[in-house]
Design a protein around this ligand. Structure first.
Ligand SMILES: [Fe+2]
Ligand SMILES: [Fe+2]
Length: 178
């Protein structure tokens, strides 16, 4: 996690990092269910992951990555990150299609777990590379577009994302003891 340059102080970057926290959490829980043979539980959380990516990726793809392609030295990196989103989206779509067709028990989670390994590196590249660079070189209008994209994507959801729910009603485990 980038803790040195202060880039998380920029609202849209802080929100993307909060998403990453939730995404890592969901991936760990999904892997746990898969290893325990609990396919139905795993699929339910994959659906949550898809919702989170729906917001997260629209901010990154339509906002941050697009802005960074103005700078030649980041064009290739942004392209790779776009492609990694597409590859993961495809695996998730295929998996959920199997579930929707009633073939949950036959789902092979290996491609998804392999994508999770790539995702760890993807997030590292963002948090330790693209985000700190963006904090230095992007303009206020770029951040305004990121904020607008998040608002629009969130408005399309049927219910709030985890982070928003958490802000509205902190889970019991965060209550002080005693
Ligand atoms: Fe990303
Ligand atoms: Fe990300």
């Amino acid at each position: 996690m980038c803790q040195y340059c202060g880039c998380q102080e920029i609202g849209p970057i802080g929100a993307l990092m909060d998403d990453h926290f939730e995404i890592r959490n969901l991936c760990g829980r999904i892997r746990g269910h898969v290893l325990a043979g609990e396919k139905g539980e795993a699929v339910a959380l994959v659906r949550e992951l898809q919702r989170t990516f729906g917001v997260h990726n629209s901010v990154e793809e339509g906002g941050l990555y697009l802005s960074m392609t103005r700078f030649e030295e980041y064009e290739e990196k942004a392209g790779t990150l776009y492609d990694e989103h597409d590859a993961l989206d495809e695996v998730i779509d295929d998996l959920l299609a199997e579930d929707a067709a009633g073939r949950t028990e036959g789902i092979d989670f290996a491609p998804l777990l392999a994508e999770f390994e790539i995702l760890v590196e993807h997030i590292n590249h963002e948090e330790n590379g693209l985000f700190p660079a963006a904090a230095v070189i992007l303009d206020p209008e770029d951040w305004t577009r990121c904020e607008r994209l998040r608002d629009e994507a969130t408005a399309r959801l049927d219910r709030p994302l985890w982070a928003a729910q958490n802000a509205a009603a902190p889970p019991a485990r965060f209550e002080p003891l005693g």
